[in-house]
Write a protein that binds this ligand. Sequence first.
Ligand code: ATP
Ligand code: MG
Length: 318
Amino acid sequence: MSTDTLVLSSNLESYLPLINKGKVRDIYSLNPSTLLFITTDRVSAFDVALATGIPSKGAILTLLTAHWSTVLKTTIPGLLTHVQTLALPPSIPPTLHSTHAPRAMQVRRLVPFKIEAIVRGYLTREAWDSYQRDRTVCGIAIPHPGLKERAPFPDGPLCTPSTKANVGDHDEDISEARAAELVGGVEYADRIKELSLAIYRAAHAYAWARGLVLADTKFEFGRDVATGEVVLADEILTPESSRFWKRETYAVGGDGGGGEEEGCDKQFLRDWLVEEGLQGKERVVLPVEVVRGTEERYRECFRRLVGREVEEVVGGEV
Ligand code: ATP
Ligand code: MG
């Protein structure tokens, strides 16, 4: 796979029905219980799509999601994920395999719960701003004065649900009561929260041992209509859905940024957009150094967590 090859659209409509073109993923229907996810190199930030893609990103996100699915299922008893196989279905002709194989994943078709489950382990970004304002984070009181920026939450990670915005809208923090309404009951909301915190804790320990600090992340879950099971869906603990800091430069407090600027995630790209006054603008073209800087951060995230280069893993087991 050449790092200069960008796949911004999967164009498999001649072979399978396309049911959704998200900001990043093209989703095809394989059969009533299975979807084919193609994660393209498209990138979005602040809920809008940018004009430029990030090379290798689709493969990195796909293979990392598969890796985490395997790791988490062996660590957390009873956890179900939507990941089924990285194989392309026989309906896709072999001539298209090299382009799509690294970014394809068959997943269990679910009815997505209409919330995002955000788990935060550290006082950073909007959580830090809000703590400084009134010592709360997303409406949750933090009864500990004097905490410094990037400190871990003394009472453990927080699960803070948000809405899943429709196109053009922004996600909003919501109360647990509103989350329960949106997911169809307190039982589902409690299960989502319990699983989200268990996954965060397991992933934090796994990443820590490999030189990364999992600062925060976002999970999506879905319900299997046939069985009623709550299943972890969408992308899992990627540099797009999470903030990962390098352990060696992570520091609490101080003015130097505590290593956040070296994070192995999308924050670098978001920060550039903010500095340029381009936050939330549609179809922004990225300069080559921002593309390369983002790609390298995603690669470093993969390298540390999987222990190999993405090219070494394509076509094999993660
Ligand atoms: P949007 O769909 O609003 O554009 P997005 O840009 O995050 O959001 P993508 O990440 O490109 O979308 O596509 C993933 C979509 O698929 C999300 O809407 C997600 O909720 C949905 N999804 C994830 N896993 C499953 C699953 N197993 N079954 C059904 N839908 C899923
Ligand atoms: Mg998404």
